[in-house]
Write a protein that binds this ligand. Structure first.
Ligand SMILES: [Zn+2]
Length: 185
């Protein structure tokens, strides 16, 4: 069940290069080459209302930049695919109404409308707020095959998705509080 956003738009580079690349292009400045990618996301208001689809550049920062912005725990979980200890995070027991944004880039990821009591000690949802806003990846670490969930805008590690969730999707998005920022509505 891989769900990735493939962009169909293409960009013609300036005359001289004469190359057309789909979805990404190379920008080279002062010898440092950074691949820039565009991604389509769904925007929401802080009260969870859908605003529409936008196309934005993926957020790419160095570890040093992320460290400056995040707490050590947020950095370890979101940027290095760590896992917070169960029942220790801010949101596993949060029952307030609102939305959950990515702690790294602000991308809206989940709504309290799909949060459920999983008894795991991690905030759990049966669906992301928009499928465009998250990416699934196969994770083979620790000798298991799991599906990792990442932020589609900045690639932050959010947690994993399992198929033992409640109806209507049967999915359990098992997230780390440390990767999320709750906005009460
Ligand atoms: Zn993000």
């Amino acid at each position: 069940m891989r769900r990735r956003t493939f962009l169909t738009s293409s960009f013609s580079l300036a005359a001289g290069a004469g190359i057309t690349l789909a979805g990404s292009f190379q920008a080279s400045a002062s010898g440092f080459s950074k691949s820039r990618k565009l991604v389509k996301l769904v925007e929401f208001t802080d009260s969870g209302q859908r605003k529409g689809i936008i196309e934005v550049e993926k957020v790419q920062k160095s570890d040093a930049e992320w460290r400056e912005q995040l707490t050590p725990e947020q950095f370890e979980v979101a940027r290095h695919a760590g896992t917070e200890r169960a029942f220790t995070g801010k949101y596993w027991n949060n029952h307030e109404h609102g939305i959950y944004r990515c702690v790294c880039c602000g991308n809206v990821l989940f709504s309290s409308d799909t949060k459920f009591e999983s008894h795991t000690g991690w905030p759990s949802f049966w669906e992301p707020i928009a499928k465009e806003n998250v990416e699934d990846r196969v994770d083979t670490s620790y000798g298991a095959i799991r599906t990792e969930v990442r932020c589609a805008k900045c690639d932050a590690h959010l947690g994993h998705v399992f198929d033992d969730g409640p109806r209507p999707t049967g999915l359990r998005y098992c997230m780390n509080s440390a990767s999320l920022d709750f906005i009460k509505s």
